[in-house]
Design a protein around this ligand. Structure first.
Ligand code: ADP
Length: 899
């Protein structure tokens, strides 16, 4: 910025933010100045204004006068660098830092008329800068010192930064502790993975979290020399010191570590050495004690000596001999010890008595052989004695006892004889026991397997007599040649390992014949006193019976299986508790599964067509929960082949051998062909019956018409129509029945329920029968007015059928009784006759389709469908039908319906 010498100059100077003083360019007298300038100058205005410039600033004149003159002559500004000036400010000498400029100020003619001094004081900034520089220097020095310490400290030091414990600094000693390991910049547990999960990791984390110092002394740290290398046991003493950041939270850990391995190892070694020494003296068969000095201090002692003295180690080590055993003071040992120490002589004493006074005051008399041997210390002075002694009390005492015993022995010998006799007797008892045992027992002696003993049972099993005793086995049982036994026994003899087998087969000669026998057998080697096999004990149980009967069962099962296979029948098994289904391959095939498919019970049921599914499910449930026979026929659609098959399943419930659950098992066979034949037949019958019905109806109509006409004439003519009419009626009924069967099969039979009085119906049927036939008398025994809800024409058909049968199967002139009673909410209708009756075995089968009792039907027409149809009708009413009869004494048929 250049000032101009004009009218504005004064105002400019006054308002400038820096110190400004305007001088006359010729005289250098200050003409104008502002407050800022006065502040920096530290002088009053009058000391500068209107004064020659170098008067107030005499101290600077030498440095800057020339520059000022230069500005006026050259017209160029002078820029001074930051300078330190000594200025007298407020009467005091002060060093200040300023930056100033001498700038020319020209008048309107361009002539330098004035000179402006601009000045800025930097003292504070400079001081600040200097302070910082000084601090930096200090810090650097401090750091260098620390670094020196860090590098030269006799300890291993490192800094682990952050919670990852990254090696931020590692001093040479620390690195030398872990020579082969790369540490810097790596997280500690990456660099030293073997420390992961150790106490070290736990404690580091603790220090990091709590900010507390932690210390370890002589800690064992197995560590590898190189990454992945084998672990080496080393000992360290170390300290963890937390490092805090500016906000006083831990941001790292200083580690100071010293290796102690060598020190500890030598310590261990010396401990080991004295340990070894102690072990050695403890191993000696003698009692050993080392005694030192005139006071006879016990320095070392072995266990045997402690036992002998009856003291503990703590009671004796470091204590004077006579303090330990004051009762020995009046015996010669103390003086002998001192004598050996003084003279260096070796002392050897045999069978010396040593008397101890016990706590209870009694005296323990012992005898020892002992040797005192002088010991020198490191400097060669004799200061100790090695005492080695052998207690021989027992020997001495036993010698004394021996004489006494010799006498007693003679007496004992006598007794021994008696005991031996007793033993012999008990042995023979034992032998008897074996002899009579129910299992076969024998002893084979030596490798030749000499039959040393054989009890009754084993002789029986072998089919031999006691004559074989003493023979080698191969001679006693020559038939064993070629069988495995001799080599097995030899193996047992040589290996000493017992042999056990179940149901092993042997061929043995009994009375000149080879017999197949099965055994459970144990060959037990018996060792002699030297530990090698002397005999073999043979224990065998004859299990031939079991094996044979099991084989029979197996054989029967096999046969059954073959039969089932041959019949192409599927078999199944259902666990009553779990409902687990086990199906044979054939069964799976019938249900359209592959043998390898899994077929559970729900799978199987799924395959049953809808019309049968519920019924079969019910039947299975009933069979499992209530037992009883299970016989159902139904249709299935194959799982994979989608083939439609008719099957018949038969089964029953058996208690499992365990008794805990039952097994519902049975067979399933393919009856598709039969069923299809049946259906075809029924279709055919249905069709034919239908075709026959029409002409028969008209025939019957004509006959009745003719009969009525004839009735008006002679009665004989009219009665001639009776027989043909009856036959036509029978035929109509029969055809109706066939039609019904075919309807039933095709599911076209329907029950149309209405409420009606069944007693009324029975009366109608009686009337009808009486009208057409007078061969039998029909009597009624009814309760009145019983209303049932049922299909009236079908129930009529049932009763009609029962009455016709009664007529058919009982002789002319006999009586037929129709009854009807109500009981427990059911109405029971009965038709009884005095006819031929029915055999027991036929009773249950009468209701099967096309079933006719043989023989007695020779002269009676019928097809065996009347009762079948009746049963179907009653079942569809949820009722029950059955027959009771005594052969030759008439039959009674009953059915029951809900009222
Ligand atoms: P059908 O009489 O046409 O042969 P059913 O089904 O009516 O056929 O009878 C089946 C069989 O039962 C007869 O063949 C007969 O042997 C026997 N039966 C039926 N009712 C009687 C009865 N009341 N007395 C003796 N046997 C009878």
């Amino acid at each position: 910025m250049n000032f101009k010498d004009d009218s504005n100059l004064k105002a400019l100077v006054a308002s400038a933010p820096i110190g400004i003083c305007i001088l006359n360019a010729e005289t250098f007298v200050a003409e104008m100045l502002n407050e800022k300038f006065l502040e920096i100058a530290g002088k009053p205005r009058e000391a500068i204004l209107d004064k020659w410039y170098w008067e107030p600033f005499a101290e600077a004149r030498a440095y800057f006068e020339q520059a000022m003159i230069g500005v006026v002559t050259s017209g160029e500004a002078f820029y001074a660098d930051e300078v330190e000036l000594m200025l007298v400010r407020h009467g005091k000498e002060e060093y200040i830092f300023v930056t100033f400029i001498y700038a020319p100020v020209c008048d309107e003619n361009g002539k330098v008329s004035k000179l402006a001094v601009w000045v800025v004081e930097n003292t504070t900034q400079v001081r600040e800068r200097e302070k910082i520089a000084a601090q930096k220097l200090m810090a650097e020095k401090e750091r260098d010192r620390l670094y020196d310490f860090f590098n030269q400290a006799p300890a291993g030091i490192c800094v682990l930064a952050g919670e990852e414990f990254v090696y931020e600094l590692v001093n040479p000693i620390y690195q030398s502790l872990l020579k082969g390991r790369e540490l810097m910049g790596r997280p500690m547990f990456d660099a030293l993975p073997e420390l992961k999960g150790t106490e070290i990791e736990r404690v580091l984390n603790e220090v990091y979290q709590t900010g507390n110092v932690a210390e370890f002394k002589e800690m064992l740290i197995p560590i590898a020399e190189f990454e992945g290398g084998p672990l080496v046991d080393r000992y360290f003493t170390f300290t963890y010191v937390p490092r805090f950041d500016t906000i006083d939270t831990v941001d790292g850990i200083f580690v100071f570590a010293y290796e102690m391995t060598a020190i500890l190892e030598s310590k261990f070694k010396s401990e080991q050495a004295s340990d070894n020494l102690e072990q050695i003296i403890n191993m000696l068969p003698a009692s050993v004690v080392v005694i030192r000095g005139y006071d006879l201090i016990v320095e070392m002692i072995n266990n045997s000596n402690l036992d002998y003295w009856k003291k503990t180690k703590a009671e004796v080590i470091g204590k004077p001999f006579l303090e330990i055993l004051p009762d020995l003071a009046d015996q010669p040992f103390a003086s002998q010890l001192r004598h050996v120490m003084a003279t260096g002589e070796i002392l050897d004493v045999k069978e010396s008595p040593v008397l101890f006074t016990m706590a209870d005051g009694s005296v323990r008399e012992t005898f020892v052989d002992y040797t005192y041997q002088p010991l020198s210390d490191l400097e060669g002075n004799r200061t100790g004695v090695l005492v080695m002694s052998f207690e021989i009390t027992d020997r001495v005492l036993s010698q004394k006892l021996q004489e006494k015993y010799a006498k007693e022995l003679a007496e004992a010998n006598l007794q021994l004889h008696a005991v031996n006799d007793e033993l012999a007797r008990s042995e023979s008892r034992f032998k008897y026991l074996i002899q009579e045992a129910p299992v076969a027992i024998g002893v084979l002696q030596g490798r030749e397997l000499i039959v040393e003993s054989a009890n009754v049972k084993i002789l029986e099993v072998w089919g031999k007599t006691a004559a074989i005793l003493g023979l080698p086995l191969y001679k006693a049982l020559p038939e064993l040649e070629g069988q495995a036994f001799l080599s097995i026994l030899d193996e047992v003899y040589t290996s000493g390992v017992p042999f056990t087998a179940n149901e092993i087969r042997a061929l043995l000669e009994h009375d000149g014949e080879l017999k197949e026998i099965f055994f459970n057998v144990v060959y037990q080697p018996v060792v002699d006193s030297s530990g090698s096999t002397a005999d073999i004990l043979v224990v065998a149980v004859d299990v031939s019976e079991q094996v044979r009967s099991r084989r029979q069962v197996e054989h029967a099962e096999q046969t059954l299986r073959l039969a089932l296979e041959a019949a192409n029948v599927g078999t199944w098994y259902i666990h009553s508790e779990t409902r687990e289904l086990i199906a044979s391959d054939r069964l799976k095939e019938l249900f359209g599964f592959y043998p390898e498919d899994e077929m559970t019970l729900p799978h199987a049921i799924e395959m049953i067509t809808e019309e049968f599914r519920e019924t079969v499910k019910q039947a299975i449930e009933t069979a499992i929960t209530k037992g009883g026979n299970y016989d159902v026929s139904y249709k299935v659609i194959g799982f994979r082949d989608k083939k439609v098959r008719w099957v018949r399943a038969l089964g029953n419930l058996k208690l499992d051998l365990s008794g805990e659950f039952s097994a519902f098992t049975g067979v399933v066979m393919d009856i598709t062909d039969q069923m299809e034949d049946e259906l075809r037949k029924n279709d055919f019958i249905g069709m034919v019956s239908h075709e026959l019905k029409t002409p028969l109806t008209s025939l019957s109509g004509h006959l009745q018409f003719l009969q009525r006409k004839a009735n008006k004439g002679s009665t004989t003519a009219a009665s001639a129509f009776e027989q043909p009419l009856k036959q036509v009626r029978q035929m109509t009924e029969m055809i109706a029945a066939f039609l019904n069967v075919s309807r039933l099969d095709s599911g076209k039979i329907h029950i149309d329920k209405t409420a009606f009085d069944i007693s009324e119906l029975i009366q109608e049927i009686q009337a009808e029968h009486l009208e057409y036939s007078a061969s039998h008398s029909i009597v009624l025994n009814l309760c009145n007015h019983i209303v049932v809800n049922a299909d009236r024409p079908k129930i009529a058909q049932v009763i009609n059928n029962l009455v016709s049968n009664a007529v058919k199967y009982s002789p002319h002139g006999t009586q037929i009784e129709l009854t009807c009673v109500v009981h427990n909410g059911m109405v029971k209708v009965g038709v009884s006759d005095q006819g031929i009756g029915i055999r027991e075995q036929d009773l249950s089968r009468l209701f099967e389709r096309y079933y006719r009792v043989e023989n007695n039907n020779n002269n009676v027409s019928g097809f065996g469908i009347g009762l079948y149809l009746s049963a179907e009708i009653i079942e569809r009413h949820l009722g029950k039908i059955w027959a009771e009869s005594e052969y030759g004494n008439g039959s009674a048929f009953y059915f029951e319906l809900p009222v």
